[in-house]
Design a protein around this ligand. Structure first.
Ligand SMILES: NC(=O)c1ccc[n+]([C@@H]2O[C@H](COP(=O)([O-])OP(=O)(O)OC[C@H]3O[C@@H](n4cnc5c(N)ncnc54)[C@H](O)[C@@H]3O)[C@@H](O)[C@H]2O)c1
Length: 439
């Protein structure tokens, strides 16, 4: 009994010391969290945790308790992480708050990292977020209300607004060449910059111009369509089309900053808004069952900014893990293999074609849930197209890789898989019985 009491007494003393040390440790953790919040660093740092375990477990000589000690360290680090998350919830969600309640998402790509700022009225604050005290080419198109490009241009030291015709056809060599010539004639140098003000067409074209002019000048993206705000402005894919084949000539070129002002959507045609929702629905279907349920509930219309943020966070995660689309990023092509072919051979716009394309690339259970959402969004669920023509297009589209093709298939909401198929098998997927319209 005395022995038991003595041991317990010893444990009590050790616990007292440990309580003091615990409080000290948590104070240090609080400082670390503050630093991470300022620098927008993630809470979880795998290499730091591995280092802690390696260094400290070496201090335990008794092999019989080493595994327990490692367990103790792991618990400790888990407590630290949850304390940091409690102090700075934005570190977990990935959304940080800026002044004027603007939000910020950091895309971490080492030297190519950049910030995306989101908030109503942000366009008027462009000079606070972009470096505009130099020569600036503001690229827009004829369908974008002129005041947006002007609002940006007015904040620059020396600006040139260049307007291309609205529509996919402007993503071509002629526009590309004309813009480069315009920049050369106006003596743009490597330290000047290009800003896209418009939808995905402006963003893709301006980004490719910026990537090419003098081997690369700074590129800022100010997306003004829902599609470009949820999808095309993040990830660094810039391109033009070649002979009607989409995005055949392009590069991976990251913007320096992206400014998203949801107020610009107020002037956007409803068909374009739906097209943007289609890309967000694509991300939900492949990667986020919760977001999918939000679409299913119909509540998504109440808070477009929330849809933009959630879509960006999905894409940010995927792009950070696979920036050059070697693997995982291919899942974002869900609906695009057939969608691009539909877009290029019918009068449907991008998101509409992608919505249709998704229906072919999922299991029956997923399709049953997807179809009513697409209908409810007002997106088309049928179109007339020649399967042979579509197949011929896919054969020549850059997505085909020799005799095979990698497609993204979704059998369970929120979980996409990449499947490599002999190219001929695509024909079996373009099953006209899926819905009435395809012939
Ligand atoms: N780079 C990527 O990762 C990526 C991803 C998805 C799509 N894309 C590309 O994006 C393009 C489609 O982009 P999109 O859907 O934005 O089309 P878009 O750029 O053609 O814009 C659609 C229409 O809306 C008009 N518009 C733009 N902003 C407006 C506003 N605020 N108010 C009123 N009208 C406005 C435009 O003038 C245009 O007529 C395609 O070329 C597609 O290949 C690229």
């Amino acid at each position: 009994m005395d022995k038991l009491l003595l041991s317990r007494e010893k444990i009590n003393k050790i616990d007292e010391q440990m309580a003091r040390l615990f409080a000290e440790r948590m104070e240090a953790v609080r400082n670390v969290a503050k630093y991470k919040a300022e620098k927008n660093l993630p809470i979880f740092d795998a290499s730091r945790e591995a280092e802690i375990i390696e260094r400290n477990s070496a201090l335990i000589k008794d092999e019989g308790i080493k595994a327990h000690y490692i367990n103790f360290l792991n618990n400790n680090m888990e407590i630290s992480r949850s304390y940091q998350a409690e102090l700075y919830p934005e570190l977990v969600s990935g959304v940080l708050y800026e002044k004027d309640n603007f939000k910020k998402i950091r895309v971490s790509l080492q030297k190519d990292s950049y910030d995306i700022f989101i908030g109503c009225g942000l366009l008027s604050h462009a000079r606070e977020y972009l470096k505009l005290d130099r020569k600036v080419l503001v690229l827009t198109d004829s369908g974008v209300p002129t005041e947006y490009a002007k609002l940006i241009a007015d904040q620059c030291k020396e600006s040139f607004i260049y307007t291309v015709e609205q529509g996919e056809a402007s993503k071509n060599f002629e526009s590309f060449r004309a813009i480069l010539e315009f920049m050369a004639q106006n003596r743009f140098t490597r330290t000047d910059c290009v800003i896209a003000v418009g939808g995905g067409v402006c963003g893709d074209l301006a980004g490719f111009v910026a990537a090419s002019y003098m081997r690369g000048v700074d590129f800022y993206n100010v997306p003004t369509t829902l599609l470009s705000q949820v999808d095309s402005s993040i990830g660094g894919k810039v391109a033009i089309d070649l002979d009607g084949y989409k995005n055949t000539v392009g590069a991976f070129y990251q913007p320096k900053v992206v400014l998203i002002d949801p107020e610009t959507l107020l002037t956007l045609d409803i068909r374009q808004v739906r097209s943007g929702f289609a890309e967000s629905l694509k991300m939900a279907t492949t990667s986020d069952a919760e977001l999918f349920e939000l679409f299913e509930s119909g509540e998504y219309l109440n808070d477009i900014e929330e849809i933009i943020l959630r879509s960006l966070l999905i894409k940010k995660g995927i792009v950070e893990r696979d920036v050059n689309e070697k693997g995982e990023r291919k899942i974002l092509n869900f609906g695009h293999t057939i969608g691009h072919a539909i877009e290029s051979t019918t009068s449907l716009i991008h998101g509409e074609a992608v919505a249709l394309g998704m229906l072919f690339m999922c299991g029956g259970g997923v399709r049953t849930r997807l179809l009513p959402i697409i209908e409810e969004m007002g997106l088309p669920t049928e179109t007339e197209i020649d399967v042979e023509k579509l197949f011929d297009f896919i054969l020549r589209d850059k997505k085909a890789d020799g005799d095979s093709i990698t497609i993204t298939f979704v059998n369970e909401i929120g979980k996409a898989e990449l499947r490599r198929l002999p190219i001929e098998d695509i024909k079996d997927l373009i099953d006209p019985s899926i819905y009435g319209g395809i012939q």
